[in-house]
Design a protein around this ligand. Structure first.
Ligand SMILES: [Ca+2]
Ligand SMILES: [Ca+2]
Length: 99
């Protein structure tokens, strides 16, 4: 059972711990940290990544991140994730961020 896009969104909403209607960077991180202990950790993270990667390019670009984040948040995410500076998040960068 892989999470659907709706489930990911629900998960993100539930992670909004201070209930301000916005998911801040820390809350977003906590979702994946929480999931890291599960048996199918890698599979789950890969599926989460694939759900975000709507055009299946293997990268999360700004447009895809915009579906879920405010522009200011995307700046932070790209700054933190994008180790090679190509403006996109690949799966390795996504995993690195969690390490
Ligand atoms: Ca993509
Ligand atoms: Ca990159």
């Amino acid at each position: 059972m892989y999470p659907t896009k709706g489930e990911i969104k629900k998960m993100l909403k539930e992670a909004d711990t201070n209930k301000d209607g916005q998911l801040d960077f820390e809350e977003f991180t906590s979702i994946f940290i929480k999931r890291k202990g599960t048996v199918d950790e890698k599979g789950t993270l890969r599926e989460a990544f694939k759900e975000l990667d709507t055009d299946n390019s293997g990268f999360l670009d700004r447009k895809e991140l915009e579906a879920m984040f405010q522009p200011g948040e995307i700046d932070v995410i790209l700054k933190d994730f994008d180790k090679d500076g190509d403006g996109r998040i690949d799966y390795d960068e996504f995993l690195d961020w969690l390490a």
